[in-house]
Design a protein around this ligand. Structure first.
Ligand code: ATP
Length: 234
């Protein structure tokens, strides 16, 4: 197992955001977390990347307990994150933004840059454009590209489709599939449950800080409760 999250509890002050979340991600998978606003999806990703401390429980990555490891050491260990809201540097060029993604490591990053530019020809055309002047979809590509610069074993994606027009959403999902086919494991948080379930191998449904369902993604697409609650279906 590449990533094991075991019964984690996370608080913001007195508010319990996660009340015992357990999930697993195997190497090579795309796993998606779906759930309503405030269910704890973002908090789960932040706990894995080290941006939120655990109150209790543990996280094991690649055989090592990383529950107390600092965030930048988790990046070095192979956990890459493209955060919700993108968080790119508006006053830096596309290429500078990408290189910032690799700051924690030594090297020239020629290969990583080439690979990101191959995945995202649009970023390659716009290397010298300022990040802040890129469109919403381009900024999302930049955020994903930056996370790939550390060559992660697992890529954590928080709502990559947020705020994008339907055509761009489809493009981003296609790129996530391509990233996975090139060998990167993906843990994807999405509001866009239908498309996330069509892309993912397995899925977890979060409700109020707990996992209420875990299944093959295709099974959840046919699950009447999931259809009614998250897929706007019958
Ligand atoms: P969304 O889909 O709306 O992004 P989510 O499933 O990602 O929701 P989280 O952002 O993980 O949910 O939030 C889980 C709970 O923790 C919510 O009740 C939220 O209000 C609370 N929470 C999140 N961040 C903070 C914070 N910085 N301070 C206080 N409470 C927070």
């Amino acid at each position: 197992m590449l990533l094991e999250v075991r019964d984690i509890h996370v608080h913001y002050g007195k508010i319990a955001a996660l009340k015992g979340v357990t999930l697993e991600v195997e190497e090579g998978e795309i796993v998606t977390l779906i759930g309503a606003n405030g269910a704890g999806k973002t908090t789960t990703l932040k706990s894995i990347s080290g941006l939120r401390p655990l109150t209790s429980g543990r996280i094991v990555f690649d055989g090592t307990d990383i529950s107390k490891l600092q965030g930048h050491k988790r990046v070095l260990a192979g956990i890459g994150q493209a955060p919700e809201g993108r968080g790119i540097f508006p006053g830096m060029t596309v290429q500078e933004n990408l290189l910032m993604g690799a700051y924690a490591r030594k090297g020239t990053f020629r290969e990583e840059l080439d690979e990101v530019y191959e995945l995202f020809p649009r970023l390659s055309e716009r290397r010298t454009q300022f990040g802040g002047t890129m469109s919403g979809g381009e900024q999302q590509m930049l955020a994903i590209g930056r996370a790939l610069m550390t060559n992660p074993k697992v890529l954590l994606l928080d709502e990559p489709s947020m705020g994008l027009a339907p055509m761009l959403v489809a493009q981003i999902f296609e790129i996530v599939r391509e990233i996975n086919q090139r060998g990167t494991t993906v843990l994807l948080v999405e509001q866009n449950a239908m498309q996330a379930l069509q892309l993912a191998h397995r899925a977890y449904v979060l409700e109020s800080g707990r996992v209420v369902k875990a299944a093959d993604a295709s099974g959840l697409l046919d699950d009447p409760e999931v259809r009614a609650a998250y897929l706007g279906g019958d």
